[in-house]
Design a protein around this ligand. Structure first.
Ligand code: CTP
Ligand code: CA
Length: 221
């Protein structure tokens, strides 16, 4: 019912949202990934669409169902996500990087399954591209929102990400907090802007999405 009561305050706006955790393949049967469930990004997509936005959801593998009225683009790796983001970037009013993008990927992909041997295995990793940082570098007028998952020094780390990536807002999330974060339904975040800091109360991810989009709408207007 709360959703139906929302104003159509994103009507006519184009919003791109990334979600989920990327997968970086090592061989045909293995990959590196993380605990992201995609729930936060999918909640943002659902609420943005309900508030009237034309939503493009760039999704890393996730079991979640596509929210109604949202265009979903499926990707797997950080490189595929980057390609999709820059393909659909044109004309977006808002870009929200809710995805947990891998920072590193295996330097080499083995076409055949890596067989076990005696002793240890070393896997060489290389950096992926920082999508949000590149969006910040090449920015137009769009509102850029990033996330910061931190286990310590939440505010300092989030503030430095805001500046480093030239984002308008960073949604900072304490991954150590109880019953919140990755797979949980609830989340507790602090929204940090250039001269704002909003502590949202712990709530359902749909409600957190509403709070984040409230701040986005303020910046758009
Ligand atoms: N991000 C991105 N591309 C990457 C890594 C991260 O676009 N290759 C985005 C995330 O989607 C998020 C923001 O950058 O919106 C911050 O991600 P986070 O992992 O918290 O920060 P990093 O800059 O990767 O730094 P670190 O993991 O070392 O804290
Ligand atoms: Ca990272």
């Amino acid at each position: 019912a709360a959703l139906l009561a929302e104003d159509q305050d994103l009507l006519g706006r184009k919003v791109m949202i990334t979600a989920g955790g990327t997968q970086e393949p090592l061989d045909p049967v293995r990959f590196l990934s993380n605990h992201s469930s995609g729930k936060m990004g999918y909640a943002l997509a659902r609420i943005a669409a309900a508030r009237g936005a034309e939503v493009t959801l760039i999704s890393a593998p996730s079991n979640l169902t596509k929210p109604k009225g949202v265009e979903r683009i499926d990707v797997r790796t950080a490189a595929e996500m980057a390609e999709a983001v820059f393909k659909y970037k044109e004309g977006q009013d808002v870009i929200i990087m809710a995805a947990a993008v891998a920072d590193y990927r295996p330097k080499e992909f083995s076409n055949t399954k890596i067989k076990k041997k005696d002793g240890d295995l070393l896997i060489e990793l290389e950096r992926t591209e920082d999508i949000l940082a590149r969006l910040g570098k090449e920015r137009g007028n769009e509102i850029l929102v990033g996330f910061a998952a931190e286990s310590d020094n939440l505010l300092e780390n989030a503030q430095s990400k805001l500046k480093r990536k030239k984002a308008n807002l960073i949604v900072a999330n304490d991954i150590g907090a109880k019953d919140t974060g990755f797979a949980a339904d609830d989340n507790q975040v602090v929204i940090i802007g250039n001269d704002t800091q909003i502590n949202l109360p712990k709530a359902d991810k749909l409600e957190i999405a509403m709070g984040i989009l409230d701040e986005v709408v303020k910046l758009l207007n």
